[in-house]
Write a protein that binds this ligand. Structure first.
Ligand code: ZN
Length: 183
């Protein structure tokens, strides 16, 4: 198994800005202090999939302007600042794959298992997991590293990921243990 951690939309506009999800605060310490440092230490690629919208994007009709390309709102939150060896992909839809070249990149890295993290369990994490599943990746979701606007949306999102994409619902600690055991 070769893993990659996908960090979805942990951007200023999603966490504290235009479409703030207060619950994002729940997952920041686990990502910052546990999962991401462990991934980097075990040579598991950390891949940021960041909204970077252009004014003509369809999605803005649903959500209004958010994470506009090049603005502070579209920057990764300071707590999770990418490091030099991390990989950064800009996206214009919910799906981290759509039109981004992410699939080719993951294949060139030899990745076959995606660890999905970030926002929101029932939207971008779900759509990105869908394409990951369609492309033959195994989907792993540490439940303490994804969240949504509400508890219901989060829980329903997790159920859907497990039922439809055969996602393995785990925790950051269990995953880190697995990486350590394999090292
Ligand atoms: Zn968006």
């Amino acid at each position: 198994m070769s893993d990659a951690v996908i960090v979805i939309d942990m951007l200023n506009d999603f966490v504290t800005g235009k479409i703030e999800a207060e619950r994002a605060q729940n997952i920041i310490p686990t990502l910052r202090d546990e999962l991401l440092p462990a991934a980097r230490a075990h040579d598991v690629p950390v891949i940021y999939a960041n909204d970077a919208h252009r004014p003509e994007d369809f999605e803005l009709e649903v959500w209004g302007e958010h994470a506009m390309r090049g603005t502070a709102g579209a920057a990764v939150i300071p707590e999770l600042e990418p490091e030099a060896d991390d990989h950064i992909f800009e996206k214009r839809f919910y799906d981290a794959f759509y039109g981004t070249g992410l699939d080719q990149h993951l294949r060139s890295l030899g990745v076959d298992r995606l660890v999905m993290t970030g926002l929101h369990t029932n939207m971008c994490v779900r759509h990105s997991s869908a394409t990951g599943f369609f492309n033959g990746y195994e989907i792993i979701v540490p439940k303490d590293c994804v969240d949504a606007f509400t508890e219901d949306e989060h829980e329903n999102g997790l159920d859907y990921l497990e039922r439809v994409y055969n996602a393995d619902l785990t925790t950051a600690a269990a995953l880190i243990e697995e990486w350590e055991a394999a090292a």
